[in-house]
Write a protein that binds this ligand. Structure first.
Ligand SMILES: [Zn+2]
Length: 245
């Protein structure tokens, strides 16, 4: 039975979309409240309603199986924000790459990536403790299936200080592969608690992450780039662009 994709219009259809978003949040196992998940659910119809938005629902038979939001990013340009690519993996086990909602929205919007296959990029420390928390965070943050990992020991310092330059170049060339070949939707640079490769205090590392983010933004303009801090509790937090910790 094929998938039928169409815009949500009735209260019942918006409620079906909410349920898909909730199931996706449970699937990720993440607390999404840091970005106002409850509020987002409550205002789906306004956020994604016409005339500037669209909430596409995928239906298989009588059951709604996927949803994706599309809204105006700037006049004439639609955003399919990765964070809002909800609902597909847990609901169609075994064939997450071959479903309708993402592809339907990508046809309408300016989405990046190969149909049904989505990537983000992380410049992460080699430390084994931070791999899974960061990958899971970025799957939710950018709404992607896969996270390409570029790892070094304390990479934020290497990027911030261009030291050693050959390693900095190596990191950038690997990020470039992910951005160009996989059309990565977003890049993250990570620093973390108890880093053996970069034992600088937290505040110094946060400053290095900001500089590293700046270097990546200059090099990969147009790809959203963020900094992450993994703390003592191994939870991932986004480093604000300006001041702050
Ligand atoms: Zn480390």
């Amino acid at each position: 039975m094929g998938l039928v994709v169409g815009p949500a219009a009735t209260p019942a259809q918006y409620e079906a979309a909410r349920e898909i978003f909730r199931r996706y949040a449970r699937f990720l196992g993440l607390d999404l409240e840091y970005r106002g998940f409850t509020d987002e659910l409550a205002t789906l119809d306004r956020m994604y309603g016409p005339p500037r938005g669209c909430l596409l629902l995928a239906r298989k038979g009588e059951e709604f199986v996927g949803a994706v939001g599309l809204r105006e990013f700037e006049p004439g340009v639609a955003e399919v924000s990765g964070r809002r690519l909800h609902g597909v993996p847990p609901l169609l086990p075994g064939r997450p790459r071959n479903v309708g909602p993402g592809r339907g929205a990508e046809r309408d919007g300016r989405a990046r990536g190969r149909p049904g296959m989505s990537f983000a990029t992380v410049v992460n420390c080699m430390d084994g403790r931070v791999q899974l928390p960061v990958i899971r965070y970025l799957q939710g943050r950018f709404g992607v299936e896969h996270v390409d990992s570029v790892t070094e020991a304390g990479p934020c310092r290497i990027l911030a200080e261009n030291d050693p330059p050959e390693l900095c170049r190596s990191i950038l060339s690997r990020v470039e592969i992910s951005v160009r070949k996989h059309r990565s939707r977003g890049i993250a640079v990570v620093a973390h608690f108890d880093c053996a490769g970069n034992p600088a205090p937290r505040d110094d590392q946060v400053g290095q992450v900001r500089e590293a983010v700046q270097r990546l933004r200059e090099r990969f303009a147009g790809v959203e780039t963020i900094g992450l801090w993994v703390g003592e509790d191994w939870r991932v937090r986004e480093i604000p662009a300006g001041e702050g910790r």
